[in-house]
Design a protein around this ligand. Structure first.
Ligand code: CA
Length: 225
């Protein structure tokens, strides 16, 4: 999943970014509301962690503009202000959840997981394709009852393909959902991850097909979708 962290406090930002990367997400970071607003117009995020007290444009305004554009991306608001008014204003402006500073990182991680799950209720925590089971919550994959060893990136590719199993996923879509701005991952790398995944999934009768000019499609080997 690709996340945007909007936080001007370097210490807090650093902790949140590290926790989210460890959880296997691609993370972009902005330190003011204007840059956040631009990033949100430009990139397809799966979740936003948004501080309210920000330079240039404040967090509530960023949130209002986001919702005015009909974006449904989940937003977890962070704020140092613990007044009821701020909380109500944040929720009214379209926040999905609220965390008051100081907070513990495990608490933030749990809220992020819950929001991402809520966002995709139809595939909840687990996707099954033939012998392949992908556990989104535990970030692990199994062929039958044997766990497949996957790097964080390989899992990321598998996750995106599995959520859209039977449908074509564009290479650029894969790249955008896997990488943040400061990560130098190119199309070639995507091909390498797909190649490795194919080898690992083959014994389970699951195939990642290349759809020329379009992208990739994950399904059971031999099926004609
Ligand atoms: Ca702040």
């Amino acid at each position: 999943m690709r996340l945007l962290i909007v936080e001007d406090d370097p210490l807090i930002a650093d902790g949140v970014i590290r926790a989210m990367r460890t959880a296997g997400h691609a993370v972009d970071h902005t330190t003011n509301g204007e840059a956040a607003d631009q990033a949100l117009r430009q990139y397809p995020y799966d979740l936003v962690v948004l501080d309210l007290g920000l330079p240039k444009v404040d967090g509530i305004e960023v949130l209002r503009r986001l919702r005015a554009r009909q974006s449904g991306v989940p937003v977890l608001v962070l704020t140092a202000r613990d007044s009821l008014t701020d909380r109500v204003t944040g929720l009214d402006a379209g926040a999905d959840d609220y965390l008051v500073k100081p907070f513990d990182l495990p608490e933030l991680e749990a809220r992020v997981r819950a929001l991402l799950r809520r966002q995709q209720p139809n595939v909840a925590g687990r996707v099954q394709i033939g012998d392949l089971a992908v556990d989104m919550t535990g970030r692990s994959a199994y062929l039958g009852d044997r766990r497949i060893e996957l790097s964080s990136r390989e899992f990321g590719v598998l996750e995106v393909l599995a959520r859209r199993a039977g449908r074509v996923v564009g290479k650029d879509q894969l790249l955008e959902s896997l990488t943040g701005w400061d990560e130098d991952v190119g199309m070639n790398a995507i091909e390498v991850y797909v190649h490795r995944l194919r080898k690992k999934l083959e014994p389970g009768g699951v195939n990642i097909r290349t759809i020329r000019g379009l992208g990739y499609l994950l399904d059971k080997s031999g099926s004609n979708a």
